[in-house]
Ligand binder design. Structure first.
Ligand code: NA7
Length: 556
């Protein structure tokens, strides 16, 4: 397959739009822009499409939203014809779907693969973006759409000796396509977030020994993944039109399958609430579990009851009481981090070849030639797997070294935390749009559908600018302040702001501690975005093209 194509190669004239990233949102943006007849190129760092689902190909990688919903809604034929095989799709199915969409809508000819953007400079004389790549190429465009994802920049802590290890070392988001031979090996897995939890059972089944290095335990629910029932599939396909609309009126852009309880946990006797929680444990996913009662995601006392129920489950599953207790999260509320979904994670610790090490108590000091050393012990390893997460939400934008009006650097503007309007734009960097940017719901809402929604908002804005001869369009500081205040208002009601995680930037040393996504629900979010388009985008800063008869360069 060719990695560069004619349309993407025609760089002699400026493009209308450069789309950065060929993940699900980038592909959709590209498709719509092509339909509108815009000159567009999509620059993608990987050698294939799929974004997060291209990079994260470690064994066990799987989405935690059901497949019938975690898919595109924009094309009726596509959603009727595509068949998902499992309730929660594994990475290979999601990557295959992205490839199918790229082929079906003939998108590859506008994509440049293996092209990482490392410079974005706004030319304020021409009102154009200059987009530089690691290969030294330069693209010029009126608009940039950064569809760079929330989890693009891997985090590997800066341990001494990282380069000295003689074995194999992998970050989970750069897992080799050809796989990793684990049979007969001593494997160290660092990190017990969603990734480590999905990966551990897979590694344990193959490796000679698995040592899991855990700093903070996570709450995880059995995923109860299963093959999709054809009747269920048919029901979704018959009702897609109406359900896709309904989805946009929900908090997480997901229709819940079984939220029966709409009462406070304190409305039940202890016996009754145990029964309700037991049913939820056996039938729900992580997103639904936290909403088993009306108050478990907002009231700390209610939350503590649900958390203890899960800890008791862990104690019942794990044979060794010491290991079980170490696996029990006790330092943050349940739901403060997204609840994980696993396929036999806790059971893995009952295997003879698996050991859990508490690196909160016994810190990792260095990576050595033959493994790693904690304060108290040395571990001989053949393979080290870093499931150590991401510089999430802001890392991918900041890595592109963006410079806007008057030489303002994005890195300076965001030094104390990202400032955006709806996670779609940031002041001082006009004509630059983000999909799932910081301050948007991002992972708090089902990302394919909400990505489509955000791309539609951006494309409507571009259409308006083109129709009205506006060459420069930007967010203002006043808009950013209003949005920051809304972000704070809704954050205060949740457990997320009370929890250290990548949601708050707390996983990266030195990163400002701010809740990085909008947690007020998708419907409320979309209402804000729609209101901002009123009266010709009145709140935004705009400049008419100089070639207009009036010849004015006014900011309205
Ligand atoms: P996460 O959720 O950020 O998890 C990273 C894990 O790595 C977590 O257990 C961290 O412990 C651990 N970690 C990070 N740095 C260190 C150091 N220095 N020492 C020991 N352990 C460390 O990333 P994931 O990839 O699992 O999941 C990301 C998202 O993907 C997830 O939320 C889903 O939405 C999908 P910590 O908790 O910081 O103590």
């Amino acid at each position: 397959m060719s990695t560069s194509t004619p349309a993407a190669d025609r760089t002699d004239q400026p493009f209308d739009v450069v789309v950065i990233g060929a993940g699900f949102s980038g592909l959709y943006a590209l498709h719509r822009l092509r339909q509108q007849g815009r000159r567009v190129v999509c620059l993608e760092a990987g050698d294939g499409v799929g974004g997060t689902w291209y990079w994260n190909r470690y064994p066990g990688a799987r989405v935690d939203i059901e497949s019938m919903q975690y898919s595109y809604s924009f094309d009726e034929n596509l959603q009727q014809e595509w068949t998902w095989s499992e309730h929660f799709s594994p990475q290979p199915d999601l990557e295959a779907y992205a490839n199918h969409v790229a082929d079906r809508f003939d998108l590859r000819e506008n994509i440049r693969f293996e092209t990482r953007v490392n410079e974005l400079t706004f030319d304020d004389a021409a009102d154009e973006w200059h987009v530089g790549t690691a290969l030294g190429e330069r693209f010029v465009a009126k608009y940039v759409i950064a569809a760079t994802g929330s989890l693009d920049v891997s985090n590997v802590p800066d341990w001494p000796g990282l380069d000295s290890f003689h074995g194999e070392a992998y970050h989970t988001s750069r897992w080799p396509k050809e796989g990793v031979e684990l049979a007969g090996k001593r494997v160290g897995l660092i990190g017990t977030g969603s990734t480590g939890i999905q990966l551990a059972p897979e590694v344990a089944a193959l490796a000679d020994q698995l040592t899991v290095f855990q700093r903070t335990p996570n709450f995880s629910l059995p995923s109860l993944n299963r093959e999709l029932d054809p009747e269920y599939v048919q029901d979704w396909k018959a009702n897609y039109t109406q359900r896709r609309k309904q989805v946009l009126k929900t908090h997480g852009a997901v229709l819940m399958s079984s939220v029966a309880e709409q009462r406070s946990i304190f409305d039940y006797t202890e016996v009754e609430r145990e029964e309700v929680m037991e049913r939820a444990w056996n039938a729900r996913n992580g997103l639904e579990f936290i909403r088993t009662f009306t108050d478990t995601s907002t009231d700390l006392e209610a939350n503590a009851i649900l958390a203890e129920f899960v800890r008791n489950k862990i104690r019942a599953i794990v044979d060794d009481p010491g290991t079980a207790e170490l696996l029990c999260p006790k330092t943050y509320p349940i739901g403060g981090k997204r609840i994980c979904q696993d396929s036999g994670y806790y059971e893995t610790f009952n295997r003879d070849n698996v050991k859990l090490v508490d690196v909160r108590a016994d810190t990792i000091e260095e990576i050595t030639e033959s493994g790693l050393r904690t304060t108290d012990s040395e571990y001989e390893l053949d393979v080290i797997i870093f499931a150590t997460g991401f510089d999430a939400m802001t890392g991918s934008m900041l890595n592109m070294n963006a410079t806007g009006l008057d030489g303002v650097r994005l890195a300076d503007r965001w030094a104390d935390g990202p400032k955006t309007v709806f996670g779609l734009m940031t002041a001082g960097l006009p004509n630059l749009f983000m999909v799932h940017g910081p301050g948007s719901p991002s992972v708090q809402a089902q990302m394919i559908t909400t990505g489509e929604w955000q791309v539609d908002w951006i494309l409507r804005a571009i259409e308006y600018l083109e129709d009205n001869q506006i060459s420069r369009f930007g967010a203002t500081h006043a808009q950013e302040e209003a949005w920051a205040s809304e972000l704070d208002t809704v954050a205060a009601r949740t457990m997320h702001a009370k929890t250290d995680s990548w949601y708050t930037g707390a996983n990266i040393p030195g990163k400002p501690r701010v809740l990085l996504m909008y947690v007020g629900g998708f419907e409320r979010y979309s209402n804000w975005c729609i209101r901002a388009t009123d009266h010709g985008y009145a709140e935004f800063e705009k400049k008419q093209r100089v070639s207009l008869p009036s010849g004015q360069r006014s900011f309205e």
